[in-house]
Write a protein that binds this ligand. Structure first.
Ligand SMILES: [Zn+2]
Length: 384
């Protein structure tokens, strides 16, 4: 309890920077959004954590199942985002992640391309171009819609083979996730991207050789570890690497560049559980993601220069905690096997966190990160 209280005091003290004035810009979705101009401390590092399919009910169910406690509760700033895709009220993970990555609303199935299927420069690519270290971590394949949207540019999320070569075009410092087959085995073009990464200087590892916990990447070269041939197991079936990956990511990426880093980590399978209308699976994945959040938060509190943003791409399943539930025995219901249009929460901690309160479009996550990094504004003109 005492440790929690100290942490809360630290959190409170860290958000005392001033907000002066405001600037307006169009987010290209027919809204004019006012964003307070941040004139306090800027973050050196930004960590974006995405719980795929994580709405308020998924969070609540995780919380109640865990003695009424989540690491998420420690975030001082909360907001809500509107998740709609271009011309579709209900988004998929590709369109939503592209909104976070590039700041444009696009069609469902898009990976790092705008509504005209033209590539859009992502926050990760911009970070890399500016000399920052970069990382992508997921409990899905690394070529799956959410992580892919930060580095690849393909018109269709199903094109996993087409997505994989982009991981060599923008040299990531840290890659942890599934999808080994799209890099070396079973590629129709027989190109061995895994070998190419090794030749490019990566320390490579994968689940067939060793568990993630047995690697201690020193930071003198980039590191990639593949957790599965295709999609990783659920937590219930023994997957345990996401919190470990979260723990090693901050200190590792800090060593990779003196200029700072951008990391995106996804808790991918909350969504999959809710597509299956499986409450216990959703809760296990929620708690695994929250453990990763805890590890990231611990790093950020100690570091003092890291902004942590936690959000979701959309809610999945229309999940409900039903009448008759008790804290220790939840009765979970679902209203659909698909995604829903409900707004999803945003949590922020660290320098610039106050930018993330309020209700705004999912594209604003991109613009806020870009502004806080001090990167030049990129065009999100859909004609380009
Ligand atoms: Zn989904």
């Amino acid at each position: 309890m005492k440790r929690n209280r100290i942490l809360l005091i630290c959190l409170f003290l860290s958000i005392t920077a001033s907000i002066i004035g405001s600037a307006a810009y169009s987010d290209k979705t027919n809204h004019t959004v006012f964003v307070p101009q941040y004139q306090g401390k800027q973050p050196k590092n930004i960590i974006l954590l995405i719980g795929d399919g994580m709405g308020l009910t998924q969070i609540s169910a995780g919380l109640y199942s865990n003695n009424n406690h989540l690491n998420l509760e420690q975030f001082p700033i909360t907001g809500l985002i509107k998740t709609n895709a271009h011309k579709r009220l209900i988004t998929d993970s590709g369109a939503a992640a592209t909104s976070f990555a590039c700041g444009c609303k696009t069609y469902n199935g898009a990976i790092g391309v705008n509504k005209n299927k033209k590539p859009c420069l992502s926050i990760l690519e911009q970070a890399s171009q500016n000399g920052l270290a970069t990382g992508l971590i997921a409990s899905s394949s690394i070529t799956h819609a959410t992580p892919a949207s930060f580095i690849a540019h393909v018109p269709d999320r199903a094109d996993m083979e087409g997505i994989a070569p982009f991981f060599l075009q923008t040299k990531l410092d840290l890659l942890i996730g599934g999808g080994l087959n799209y890099f070396r085995k079973r590629r129709s073009d027989a190109i061995n991207l895994y070998q190419q990464m090794q030749d490019a200087g990566y320390q490579m590892g994968n689940y067939t050789e060793n568990k993630l916990s047995s690697y201690k990447p020193a930071g003198d070269r980039p590191f990639a570890w593949f957790s599965a041939d295709e999609e990783p197991e659920s937590v219930g079936n023994g997957r345990d690497y996401l919190p470990l990956a979260a723990e090693l990511a901050g200190p590792f990426l800090k060593k990779r560049s003196p200029k700072g880093f951008f990391l995106m980590l996804e808790g991918s399978q909350i969504d999959w559980a809710c597509h299956k209308n499986n409450g216990p699976y959703a809760i296990q994945e929620m708690l695994d993601f929250d453990a990763a959040i805890g590890a990231i938060l611990k790093f950020a509190v100690a570091d003092g220069e890291t902004l942590v943003i936690v959000t979701a791409d959309h809610e999945t399943g229309g999940m409900a905690i039903k009448q008759g539930s008790e804290m220790d025995s939840l009765i979970i219901g679902f209203s659909t096997e698909q995604h829903t249009a409900t707004m999803v929460p945003v949590f922020a901690y660290g320098p610039g966190a106050e930018q993330f309160s309020g209700i705004y479009e999912n594209t604003e996550i991109f613009f806020k990160m870009q502004a806080l990094f001090g990167f030049p504004t990129t065009s999100t003109d859909p004609k380009k």
